[in-house]
Design a protein around this ligand. Structure first.
Ligand code: GDP
Ligand code: IMO
Ligand code: MG
Length: 437
């Protein structure tokens, strides 16, 4: 934290966290804030994430790389809590290079876990076994890679550089998985062939492999401006989300210190990114989901199709029970409200303020999945606004009904809006809390 003259405190370690079910616009907000940052860190997840960034009439889709790569002076760190498919990482670096982004500063933690080809096959098989209860994963092998991490036969990035160790680890994993693959009628894997392939990836990436915990702790000491870019969203959290329809890591701000190798007290601010409505991709409970014409209109205007899988996103009204829960578990100090422009032209807007369960009004997210499926949302209704707000540059210029909607969000979530996003482009951003930049 840096104290400026006049007593203003400038936050210099900020977590950008998803408050809903992912795809809130974390990539856009991180890229915007990265204009002033020194370091951007991805802490968890892998290429199940899809973060879209627009500037200079160009669109970029990042899955593994932090959204600081568009600023040549920013150091980008892929921290130890991530699970990384090295082939996908090399392809992504090449892809953005074709789009004119070269000489990026990216470091990959030697402690991060590696997504192996058998993880992708296992992801498919586990989904198949679940049948009607399939989670609708991104099929990127994320769950199985984290399973191996906790089972202690995961492959870590540092192993890629040591052929003997790599062969040993892969052999242990395959001794377990090859019989499983046979039982499901799938092809088995050869430990030596995988070792050769993955050692090669390690050698291609070796100039980027580092103890990123050491780097980060030093950068913090030097008072650098550091952004921690969340992936997924709080409701997809393995511990606090809508289990079992969740991802296999914790996307919350709480997980950042653990996943980055820093102390909890080093986090100054937490910016919770939320859409002005809700979306969810994949299966699972979604109390405020709507499937009518309004949903189709929002989907088309907001281009609500997955960045990673292209799947149409499910649409719903804003859910302040979810946002309040997210604000509490993340310690959200300010909201970044995105896609507000998409709501222009609607006659009526709704915000869910509580749930009804078995005749009782509740204000929390039930743990029991079957209970959460049964809740009925209780809504407050708001008049919409007709004006196009995508070129507005100050809060004062927003239509009155739009301001009322924003004030209601602040009241229901007990959290101030720090940033407004009125379009996908970097320039379509209004900062309301000057301490974050
Ligand atoms: P992330 O995973 O949280 O980074 O979000 P995604 O990139 O997957 O999805 C957010 C989508 O909304 C992307 O297509 C963004 O370009 C787009 N987007 C972000 N902010 C805004 C906004 O304020 N208005 C509009 N219209 N689109 C936005
Ligand atoms: P970003 O970072 C939206 C969802 C999947 C599925 C569940 C489990 O772009 O916000 P997984 O492949 O992780 O095992 O899938 O989580 N999911 C996401 N949904 N945005 C994401 O990331 C997601 N990452 C995973 O759709 O429901
Ligand atoms: Mg996304």
């Amino acid at each position: 934290m840096i104290m400026l003259s006049g007593g203003m405190i400038l936050a210099n370690t900020i977590v950008v966290v998803g408050m809903q079910w992912g795809d809130e616009g974390k990539g856009k907000i991180t890229d915007f804030l990265a204009g002033k940052a020194d370091v951007v860190v991805r802490c968890q997840g892998g290429n199940n994430a899809g973060h879209s960034v627009y500037f200079d009439y160009k669109k970029f889709a990042l899955h593994l790389l932090p959204s600081g790569v568009f600023n040549p002076r920013v150091i980008n760190i892929m921290a130890s809590g991530m699970v990384v498919h090295p082939k996908a990482l090399l392809a992504e670096i090449e892809q953005i290079s074709h789009q004119g982004i070269n000489d990026i500063q990216v470091y990959l933690s030697d402690r991060a876990h590696v997504v192996m080809p058998y993880h992708l096959v296992l992801d498919e098989l586990i989904e198949r076994v679940r049948g009607a209860d399939a989670i609708g994963t991104t099929k990127k092998g994320i769950g199985p890679a984290y399973m191996d991490k906790t089972a202690r036969f995961g492959i870590r990035v540092c192993d890629l550089l040591d052929e003997t160790r790599l062969l040993n680890q892969i052999s242990v994993a395959l001794a377990f998985y090859n019989p499983v693959l046979v039982a499901f009628g799938s092809e088995t894997f050869d430990a030596q062939a995988l070792t050769n392939e993955y050692h090669h990836y390690g050698m291609q990436l070796r100039h980027r492999i580092a103890d990123t915990g050491v780097m980060l702790r030093q950068l913090i000491k030097e008072n650098k401006y550091i952004l921690f870019e969340g992936a997924q969203g709080s409701m997809l959290c393995l511990d606090h989300g809508t289990y079992p329809f969740v991802t296999s890591s914790s996307p919350t701000a709480t997980s950042v210190p653990l996943n980055a190798g820093i102390a909890p007290r080093e986090i100054n601010q937490v910016i919770g990114v939320t859409k002005a409505y809700s979306t969810r991709v994949g299966a699972g409970v979604f109390p405020t989901e709507i499937t009518d014409q309004i949903a189709s209109t929002i989907r088309e205007r907001g281009k609500e199709y997955g960045t990673t899988t292209g799947r149409p996103r499910r649409i719903g009204w804003l859910d302040s029970v979810v946002l309040r829960y997210g604000a509490q578990i993340n310690g959200t100090t300010g909201l970044a409200l995105t896609l507000l422009d998409v709501l222009s032209g609607m006659d009526e807007l709704k915000i869910c303020v509580a749930y009804r369960l078995d005749g009782n009004i509740i204000h929390h997210v039930p743990a029991k999945y079957q209970d959460y499926l049964r809740v009925e949302p209780i809504y407050d209704s708001f008049q919409g606004w007709k004006e196009d707000i995508s070129a507005i540059t100050s809060y004062e210029s927003l239509p009155e009904n739009c301001k009322k909607y924003l004030q209601a969000i602040e009241a229901y979530t007990e959290t101030k809006i720090a940033v407004l996003s009125l379009g996908p482009d970097r320039t379509q951003t209004v900062v309301l809390d000057p301490s974050i930049q």
